[in-house]
Design a protein around this ligand. Structure first.
Ligand code: CA
Length: 291
């Protein structure tokens, strides 16, 4: 009887130990996969920077696999988007033209009803005063507006009630890293369509067709695009550029089922690349959607 009792105790102990060991092993395995995924993401970032420096393309993506990990990357010229930091001018006043353009863009991505609220909130975050606009906010439950330009995508998300859906739609055509003008060669259709009230679907399609054939070298070439009128051209010419020095790089590293996302923004100038933003362990809403 005593032998049976001892055996039972031993088996309980062994079972318990094995269970514990397994869970420790699982945890270690997960940690190792997390590290590998992160290293893969950094390798992808390094690779994206190398490609950006060595080739002329403005937008590109790809993937690579290693025995234990893999990464996929996406490089985008960031200047085809509306700059949210340009919503407010140097005196802290709303830049009406810019705000109207961003509002048109928001409507095109399904944010018609909430556009005035988001514009006021975004402007309140960056304007220097602390008095809220009619639909804006200077104070949130656990934080206050910084009253300076947005420095990260996470900051933008704070203004958008951390609503991932809104953040993702906005990121399609808005940025916080740009010269304030729109790069005609990379702007998504919704941004082109929001350049002025006069932009038509036909004109947007023609611009995209034209830049696919041959990229625009000068904004003046827009005059040759079918459907362009003198009035529309005058309205939009000052908003446009045909290149841009700001790029974003988005990389997802993966090992087993663990993913790690990193993002960076760099300026590509004659003297080389300058890193202006880097974020590790990016959450989905702060990561540019694959496109
Ligand atoms: Ca403010």
């Amino acid at each position: 009887m005593a032998v049976v009792l001892v055996l039972m105790l031993v088996s309980f102990w062994v079972l318990g130990f094995t269970k514990e060991t397994l869970s420790v092993q699982r945890e270690m395995g997960h940690e190792l996969a997390r590290k590998r995924a992160y290293q893969a993401a950094l390798a992808g970032l390094e690779y994206g920077l190398f490609l950006l420096e060595s080739q002329k393309s403005e937008q590109f993506n790809g993937a690579h696999s290693f025995p234990e990990a893999q990464f996929r990357y996406q490089v985008r010229n960031e200047e085809g988007k509306w700059d949210l930091n340009s919503l407010v001018d140097g005196d802290g006043k709303l830049d009406q033209d810019h705000a109207q353009a961003v509002t048109r863009f928001m409507k095109l991505v399904g944010l018609e009803k909430s556009a005035p609220k988001w514009i006021d909130r975004l402007a309140d975050w960056i304007d220097r005063d602390s008095s809220p606009r009619p639909l804006g906010k200077e104070t949130y439950s656990t934080y206050e507006c910084r009253n300076v330009g947005f420095e990260s995508f996470a900051e933008c998300s704070l203004v958008l009630d951390r609503d991932q859906g809104v953040a993702k739609r906005l990121r399609k055509g808005c940025t916080i890293f740009s010269s304030g003008k729109i790069n005609l060669n990379v702007a998504p259709p919704e941004v082109l369509a929001s350049l002025s009230e006069g932009m038509t679907e036909f004109l947007v399609r023609e611009i995209i067709k034209s830049r696919k054939r041959k990229r625009f070298v000068s904004v003046k070439e827009l005059k040759n695009v079918q459907g362009m009128t003198d009035k529309i051209y005058r309205d939009i010419e000052d908003l446009l550029i045909t290149d841009g020095v700001t790029y974003s790089i988005w990389v997802e590293g993966q090992s087993q089922d663990v993913k790690q996302k990193v993002g960076a923004v760099v300026k590509k100038e004659a003297q080389g690349l300058t890193l202006i933003w880097f974020q590790r362990e990016l959450k989905d809403e702060h990561f540019l959607a694959w496109n």
